[in-house]
Design a protein around this ligand. Structure first.
Ligand code: AVI
Length: 320
């Protein structure tokens, strides 16, 4: 008999900006910009899963390799009475590596997407009958607290995938400060962070030969066509991703093939030929640079693991 997941509804009162509001505001900016969260409709989430399997996209498999090797050290630092709090889905192989090494009494998955959260946490409850599984439907980018009934005196928060790289440095600092509020003193944060490296390796990861990242980027325009009243033509735009050395980030853009006016929800937006819509930044850190940022948010670096080529890093931080 599978154990049930304890569900906690911690959704913010206000729903946040809708797709329509984000797109109309972002297309009115100079330069035109949209937030990366708009990528992740059902199709976008599937394409992202495919990106993670592309040979050029090293972060996913490298982080898994690091975690597989470090899992027992992580368990030792966390201690026997640690609980695990995952910021994100609970669907990945990565959290299973930690569960198996740590054997925590309880696990809490936090995600804003209720369906996804319910199915992924139920799978964990089915597969690990000894584990008390909690699910909190919440936006972990906003202030929140650990739900009542979650026995987490020594929680270890886990934020894999270098998702922190999609925040600009100010947002990353605010996000870390928010986690500092969430965790009790002495609590841990295990976080995956992509590292600065050879430009060609970085650019190849966002320009895979199979064209999956291009399809992921262009799906944003497909989504606008599907969900909003718009005549935007995705094939009038091209995927463009490059490393901006000065800001230490990969930038993704959609570049207009020609001068055109696009209609969205009754408003016209003009694109000059070659003008771009800036759709994502993915910041790359040095290990020291990331430790300094975490230190400003009140976290002390306890340990860091990397792979032999120093492509990716996993940091164990303690909340002071
Ligand atoms: C989710 N995030 C960490 C990915 C990244 O690498 O910035 C999103 C992504 N965009 C293009 N490829 C992958």
């Amino acid at each position: 008999m599978p154990l049930s997941v304890r569900f906690h509804d911690q959704r913010p009162q206000d729903a946040g900006r809708s797709l329509r509001e984000e797109v109309l505001a972002g297309f009115a900016e100079r330069p035109k910009t949209t937030p990366p969260k708009l990528f992740y409709d059902r199709r976008g989430s599937e394409l992202f899963e495919q990106i993670c399997r592309q040979p050029e996209y090293y972060p996913t498999r490298t982080e898994e390799l690091i975690l597989a090797r470090a899992a027992h050290d992580i368990a030792e630092i966390a201690g026997q009475d640690a609980s695990l709090v995952e910021l994100g889905s609970g669907a990945s192989h990565k959290v299973r590596l930690l569960l198996e090494a740590m054997h925590p009494a309880s696990y809490l998955g936090i995600d804003i997407s209720e369906d996804f959260l319910r199915s992924s946490t139920q799978r964990l409850a089915d597969d690990y009958p000894w584990l008390e599984v909690h699910a909190a439907c919440a936006d972990f980018c906003r202030p929140m607290s650990l739900p009542d009934g979650f026995a987490g005196e020594h929680p270890l928060a886990f934020f894999p995938g270098s998702s922190i790289g999609n925040f600009d440095p100010q947002e990353a600092l605010a996000f870390l400060a928010n986690l500092h509020e969430l965790l009790p003193e002495g609590g841990g944060l295990l976080i995956g962070v992509d590292l600065v490296k050879d430009q060609a390796v970085l650019e190849a990861a966002y320009n895979d030969r199979a064209g999956v990242t291009a399809a992921f980027n262009l799906n944003l325009l497909e989504r606008i066509r599907r969900e909003l009243d718009s005549d935007i033509e995705p094939d009038q735009f091209a995927h463009h991703a490059f490393f901006n050395q000065a800001d230490s980030r990969i930038e993704m853009h959609l570049v207009s093939a020609q001068a055109q006016d696009v209609l969205i929800e009754g408003e016209y937006f003009h694109f000059a030929a070659g003008e771009s819509l800036h759709t994502e930044n993915s910041y790359k850190y040095t290990a020291e640079g990331f430790r300094a940022l975490a230190g400003r948010a009140g976290f002390r670096a306890l340990a860091m693991w990397t792979d032999p080529q120093a492509l990716f890093s996993v940091h164990y931080l303690q909340r002071e």
